[in-house]
Design a protein around this ligand. Structure first.
Ligand code: MLT
Length: 313
């Protein structure tokens, strides 16, 4: 192998379209290795110019420290929270993501969970699996005419907001960076403080990254300020809605239902307060798990990686 041929390591399950694109780009050696231990990953990175990952691979300081050949990481997905950014910067490694490929799929997952919460779909299906026919117990509520708060109006939040407007819901949005003109175009009432939205909503969905500002954004105090029976949805990152506070609020009925696709620890540990909570619907981080989204993010990741390795930008 010529030392001049850049080598790209793929350590998570990337859609085949991405691999094909990378191979078709030519002049790149593609190496697929999944299930690496942290030590094996560190070793493999020594001979890689680039790495493409999803959320499974953790690029920790220990993995990145002292890597001299590695130039770029492409995250096939949005969140880069599995990459230690200071360590990457220190090692001179550029971090790229694919911000748009899974927008629609993640928005659709938020909607699927909202529908499921409003119609008790999961427990009703479960009861039929148990041989029951309990129509009264699972009476639901209609979405049209209800108010939803969308916290975070980036790509995914906006896609959710637009769809909720189409469902004839009243949409209140909070996003410190969204212009009032854009909010108007979307049909969203924009508030400048999350506390202005909290007491008014029947549903609340979060679509922010996890940062020091958003960790625990929806906390016990805010849950108490909500309408009794409010329903909460998190398809963004675990911890934006405080898990312990949510478990307590579901148990005492302050929160009437919640759907979580993401968790502080994934999967949630056996002693998580969430296990056994009433009216809680949990799914294993499936927002971006559609054929379409995975193909799009894989293609995008392959493209940005091959461009970067060939042109340096
Ligand atoms: C993302 O950040 O793109 C999503 O959470 C999906 C994923 O982790 O694969």
């Amino acid at each position: 192998r010529s030392a001049a041929v850049p080598r790209v390591l793929i350590t998570d399950n990337l859609s085949p379209a991405g691999l094909e694109k990378l191979e078709a780009a030519g002049g790149i050696e593609v190496v697929v290795k999944s299930g690496l231990t942290p030590e094996q990953l560190r070793e493999e990175l020594k001979s890689a110019d680039g790495i493409i990952i999803r959320s499974g691979t953790k690029l920790t300081p220990a993995a990145l420290e002292g890597q001299t050949r590695l130039k770029a990481v492409a995250r096939a997905g949005v969140g880069v929270d599995n990459i230690d950014l200071p360590a990457a910067t220190k090692a001179g490694v550029v971090v790229m993501n694919t911000p748009s490929g899974n927008t629609v799929s993640t928005a659709e997952q938020a909607l699927a969970l909202m529908f499921a919460l409003s119609r008790n779909t999961a427990p009703a299906a479960q009861s039929m699996n148990e041989g029951k026919w309990d129509r009264k117990k699972y009476t639901g509520t209609q979405l049209a005419g209800k108010t939803i708060g969308v916290v975070g109006l980036g790509r995914i939040g906006q896609a959710v907001a637009r769809r909720c407007v189409a469902l004839e819901m009243d949409v209140i949005g909070y996003d410190p960076f969204l212009s009032s003109d854009r909010a108007k175009e979307l049909g969203v009432e924009l508030v400048r403080d999350v506390d202005q939205l909290v007491p008014r909503v029947d549903y609340l969905t979060v679509h922010t990254p996890l940062t020091d500002e958003t960790r625990g954004l929806i906390n016990a105090e805010r849950m108490k300020a909500m309408k009794k029976g409010v329903r909460l949805i998190n398809c963004a990152r675990g911890g934006i809605i405080d898990e312990a506070a949510l478990a307590a609020a579901l148990r005492d009925g302050t929160v009437g239902g919640a759907a979580l696709d993401v968790f502080v620890e994934e999967p949630p540990p056996a002693d998580s307060p969430l296990h056994g909570c009433p009216n809680l619907l949990m799914t294993p981080h499936l927002g971006a798990s559609t054929e379409e989204a995975q193909e799009l993010v894989a293609l995008e990741a392959a493209e940005i990686m091959s461009n970067f390795l060939k042109t340096g930008e």
